[in-house]
Design a protein around this ligand. Structure first.
Ligand code: GTP
Ligand code: MG
Length: 196
């Protein structure tokens, strides 16, 4: 097996707001998506570590921007999930402001992974994220997670459909499953390419 470049990833810090982010140097890649789509699980799968990031059946687990250091100057960022029905309007507005502020100011951000549940991708809130990424001009990559929940044929149908629907310039789409390992190597290549 080839060496996994994410193997030595460690937790760096959790930032409750934009004034708490780590130094804006080097390069970082962020994971964005609705609550419960599996963002934190994907980071664990990339690192090949079970308990690097806390995951949960309960949506809204990740409330802060959590930073992980892959190696000196290279970070992964687990963003709080959006679209969680139980949060208040004020919290929802807070999420939008946090995201917009983060995207607007973060010099070291080199790419964003837009994570979706393959069983219901491209929800309104996902479209909002894609629009935000389009406007801010960041390279984006769409990850259709929980591919293990569909048959291979159905998964490939959704993938083809997603490729047709995705209008975000330059963005690619892939299948992923933290459970079966589908797409892990593909995603490692994408993220490593961005961080290099
Ligand atoms: P928030 O922090 O609330 O935004 O959620 P998150 O996007 O970080 O999701 P998390 O990784 O905590 O996973 C949510 C639930 O989905 C957990 O119960 C995971 O075990 C499950 N899950 C994550 N990835 C997969 C996958 O590929 N397949 C299946 N079947 N379940 C998954
Ligand atoms: Mg999470």
């Amino acid at each position: 097996m080839s060496h996994n470049p994410f193997h030595d990833t460690v937790f760096l810090l959790g930032a409750p707001g934009l004034e708490h982010l780590p130094a804006d140097t080097g390069r970082e890649v962020a994971f964005a998506g609705r609550s419960n789509v599996g963002k934190s699980s994907i980071i664990n799968a990339l690192a090949g570590q079970r308990h690097l990031v806390r995951t949960s059946r309960t949506p809204g687990r990740t409330r802060e921007l959590n930073f992980f250091q892959v190696r000196a100057g290279c970070r992964l960022v687990d963003l709080p999930g959006y679209g969680f029905a139980k949060v208040s309007m004020a919290q929802r507005r807070g999420w939008g402001e946090l995201m917009a502020g983060y995207l607007a100011q973060r010099q070291s951000l080199v790419g964003v992974l837009a994570v979706m549940d393959i069983r219901h991708p491209f929800k309104d809130s996902d479209q909002d994220l894609l629009r935000l990424l389009q406007e801010s001009g960041f390279p984006a990559h769409v990850v259709l997670n929980k591919a293990d929940k569909l048959t291979r044929g159905d998964g490939n149908d959704v993938l083809r459909q997603a490729r047709r629907e995705l209008t975000l310039a330059g963005a690619q789409v892939q299948l992923f499953s933290s459970v079966s390992g589908t797409g892990v190597e593909e995603l490692r290549r994408v993220v490593r390419g961005w961080l290099e």
